[in-house]
Structures are given as structure tokens and as C-alpha cells.
Design a protein around this ligand. Structure first.
Ligand SMILES: N=CN[C@@H](CCC(=O)O)C(=O)O
Ligand SMILES: [Mn+2]
Ligand SMILES: [Mn+2]
Length: 315
């Protein structure tokens, strides 16, 4: 098995006794023989953000997050694979999303948990299609979005604000239920039309305002636990702009309030404990607006948390 190149470099604590391995010492290049563990896939694309009139820059996020991940200590991670980056040729976002779907389906087909590093939130339409390709007969796929935004826009030209509306249409066309839940919605960053569309589509959501206290988070997670029991599998998509701008300044649309990191992590841990996670992605991290690599570190922490908590066994 060859070592992953380039960006996977960092501190080596050779002179320390005990286990001192970090991610850069464990990540290997994903290939047709890779089995189990977690497959990182970069979606180095922000064409959807551009189309949605946001601040481009998320295309550089996969490398920034890999750099931050490189020095994270290994602490119970399964095998780790790097399946490289998907890029966007010109403005052909749809081709990039189709390429991502193919790679996600391949990783899932080889028994790996696909963990996609976006990219704008248009990454979600690619990840979702890949998970559907991998298991088209699955009935109840819960889509859990940690996000300040619904991303249910109707724009004909698909973008970073439309992926969950696209998923709804896909579910309807295939005769599957659209089970979409969102934690962290801001009443000050979504129009009335988006709230109305969410209601019409039976989208259950929790406002950022309701997730500021331990009791509020406990109540939301109790409901989420029931949802997790009822679904066959869960796709987790983490929009980094769900977090407060002070913790995650490096995004296109920073959140003045946001959901505290501890609360977000409790939601992620609940998903992991269900044993039903079939794929995950991180979206909207934008290194151009980061401060001291803080947002990259937050994204890396979330990615490592998912990897550690995933129940995918490796070879
Ligand atoms: N993926 C981002 N979606 C948000 C962006 C909002 C903004 O740029 O202010 C949305 O479309 O609502
Ligand atoms: Mn989003
Ligand atoms: Mn968002």
C-alpha cells in the first residue's frame, strides 16, 4: 500500500515513548484494493457558491482541511484513505457533481465510509447521488444537515443553495420518502418562502436560537434520536457556517449566532452512535476568510471525530 503524497506531512514525535502517530503517518492512497475504514474525497469546487452569489474560495478548502488533519493525533481511527480531489472544469458544476457521485459510490461499494471535504454546499447533491447509486433500494435515508440555511432554493441553475430541493425531487421521482432534518437554522438568513417550502416538504428543523443551552440541545437530540431509530441509514452533511463566526470565520456566509461547537459535536456523536452513518461531507469552509487556520482546524476536528466514531471496520 503506497503512502499518500504531498499534503500528508507533519510533525513526527519519534523520540517520545508510546503511540505518537498522526494522520499524515496513516493516510494511504485509495485504490481498487482499499477496503473498509474512511475514504476522504476532496470536492475542490465553489462554482455553486459563485452561482449563488456567495464569496468563492471553498475550492481551496479540501487542501486546507487535509493540512489541518495531517497533524491530528491518531486515537482510534479506522484505516484512512485519500481518494483525491474532484475539480470543476470551467463552469460545469453538474459534471463535477456526477464525478463526485461516482467516487462516493465506489468508496461505499468497497466498504469504506465516504467522507467528502467540500467545496460549497453543492457538494451535497454529489454526495447524495453517490450514496443512492451505491444502494438504490434503500427506503428511509435520513438526510441530516447541520446548517444555518435550508438550501432548498428553486433556482433552475443548480447551486450551493439548491441541493436539498434537488434531493426532494430525486426522492419523489424514485418513490422514496424525503426525510430532511436541519439543525441550526437562522431566522435571519432564510426567507419566509424557504420556511414555507420547508413546511410544505415536512422538513423538521431546529433554530440556532433553540440550541444555545444544554436543555435546548437535549430536547432537540431526543427528537433526533427517535428519527435515527426510524431510518435505515443517515447521510450527515455539515455546513461549517452552522457554527458561530468567531469559531468559524472562514466561510462564505458567517453566522453571528450559530450553533456552539459542543452542541454540534453532540449531534454528530448521536449520529455515530446510531451505527447508521452511510456517508458524510463538510461544506462551505473557505480558507480565504480564515483566521489563524481556525476554521480549517474546526473542520479537521469534525472530520476526525466522524472518522473515529465511524463503525466501518477495515482490513
Ligand atoms: N449554501 C449556502 N446557502 C445560503 C447562502 C446564503 C448567503 O450567501 O448569504 C443560501 O443560499 O441561503
Ligand atoms: Mn448550506
Ligand atoms: Mn449554510
Amino acid at each position: 500500500m503506497s503512502a499518500a503524497p504531498g499534503v500528508w506531512q507533519g510533525r513526527i514525535d519519534d523520540e517520545e515513548p508510546g503511540t505518537t502517530d498522526r494522520w499524515h503517518q496513516r493516510v494511504r492512497v485509495f485504490d481498487a484494493a482499499s477496503r473498509g475504514g474512511v475514504a476522504l474525497i476532496g470536492f475542490a469546487v465553489d462554482e455553486g457558491v459563485r452561482r449563488n452569489h456567495g464569496r468563492p474560495g471553498a475550492a481551496q478548502a479540501p487542501q486546507a482541511v487535509r493540512k489541518a488533519l495531517a497533524n491530528v493525533p491518531i486515537m482510534g481511527e479506522p484505516p484512512l484513505w485519500d481518494a483525491g480531489d474532484i475539480e470543476c472544469t470551467g463552469d460545469d458544476l453538474e459534471a463535477a457533481q456526477a464525478a463526485l457521485a461516482q467516487r462516493v459510490a465506489q468508496a461505499a461499494g468497497q466498504g469504506c465510509l465516504p467522507l467528502v471535504l467540500g467545496g460549497g454546499h453543492e457538494v451535497a447533491w454529489g454526495t447524495f447521488q453517490g450514496l443512492v447509486q451505491a444502494q438504490p433500494d434503500r427506503q428511509r435515508l435520513l438526510v441530516l444537515n447541520l446548517d444555518a440555511h435550508f438550501d432548498l432554493r428553486m433556482a433552475a441553475h443548480a447551486n450551493s443553495g439548491t441541493p436539498f430541493r434537488q434531493m426532494h425531487e430525486s426522492c419523489a421521482a424514485r418513490g422514496k420518502p424525503f426525510i430532511y432534518r436541519v439543525l441550526g437554522i437562522s431566522r435571519f438568513a432564510n426567507t419566509q418562502a424557504l420556511f414555507d417550502r420547508a413546511d410544505a416538504l415536512d422538513v423538521r428543523y431546529w433554530l440556532d436560537e433553540a440550541l444555545q443551552t444544554e436543555s435546548g440541545v437535549r430536547a432537540a437530540l431526543a427528537e433526533l434520536a427517535r428519527e435515527l431509530q426510524e431510518c435505515d441509514a443517515v447521510y450527515l452533511t455539515v455546513d461549517i457556517d452552522a457554527l458561530p463566526a468567531g469559531v468559524a470565520p472562514g466561510v462564505s456566509a458567517p453566522a453571528p449566532l450559530g450553533v456552539p461547537l459542543w452542541a454540534l459535536e453532540q449531534a454528530i456523536d448521536l449520529v455515530l452512535a446510531s451505527g447508521k452513518l452511510c456517508g458524510a461531507d463538510l461544506a462551505e469552509m473557505n480558507p480565504q476568510f480564515d483566521r489563524d487556520n481556525l476554521t480549517a482546524k474546526v473542520a479537521a476536528r469534525i472530520a476526525a471525530r466522524i472518522a473515529r466514531g465511524s463503525n466501518v471496520q477495515g482490513d
